[in-house]
Design a protein around this ligand. Sequence first.
Ligand SMILES: [Cu+2]
Length: 311
Amino acid sequence: MGAKSSAARRRGAVRIAGLGLGGAGLLFLLSGCSLESVGSAFGNFGWPSSGISLQAHKMYDLWIAAVIAALVVGIFVWGLIFWCIIRYRKRGDELPVQTRFNMPMEVLYTVTPILVVAVLFYYTAIVQTDVDKLSKNPDQIVQVTAFKWQWEFDYRDGMGKDANTVVSTVGSADVIPLLVLPTGEKIRFEETSKDVIHSFWVPEMLFKRDVFPGSVRNVFEVTLDKEGRYVGRCAELCGTYHAFMQFELVVVSPEKYTQFLAAKQAGASTPDAMGAIGYTGDQRFAVTTRPFDTRRSGHSWNQSGTVAAGK
Ligand SMILES: [Cu+2]
């Protein structure tokens, strides 16, 4: 008994801690191959989806991997807590051995968090750099102009504020603006505001960026890879009707995108250009959100968000 067995016990604890850490690291690496299947099985751990752009997939993978790593560390720590509670529960009135220092343990619980933070920082820096990366020759350039309380999307013939607008789409109180874009192409967004700070946000892109007035033009790029229709919103409280400042991102094939632009250039309205690429009826307008009902009043606005008939 005594010194020898407690030293052996200490060595055992260190070995278990090392194993746990190694296991966490291994799982972190191995999970890379099927992060989407793991994530989707757990409701994407709170994210809207796995994303619709190459950039979004990278952020999604980082998020899922970080949550898994946190869970592994959490389970390990909870295990140790419960093990201590049971193993060292009070057995009598005798005072247990009063250990003042345990160097290996102290080093371990100082180095481990530093390692965890370093690993998270490393992967975050890589993904962040990638998401913020701008190419020299983007395939499409869209100028996003925000104003109280709508959006204008200008398809441009070059980069910077001196380039020309080829065609544009602008929203109104009655019509949600559609931002039609192709898959598989580098799309550069250049943002500017006419009044206050707004924020361009497509939840499914897992990305938003502030839109500033004045000389600051925020720029970012995405490469979309999932066709579909996705709601976009203003994510910066910009005034009374901030909540109704919405748009819809319509992601189509490059062929349809070319047809859409050609129709717009020939003078078609956005709904008519949507008609030219195969959308019919209400599908030519936004389907993910609807315009703000300006007729609402304290009497006619009911809980379900519809105007009560006859009032
Ligand atoms: Cu806004």
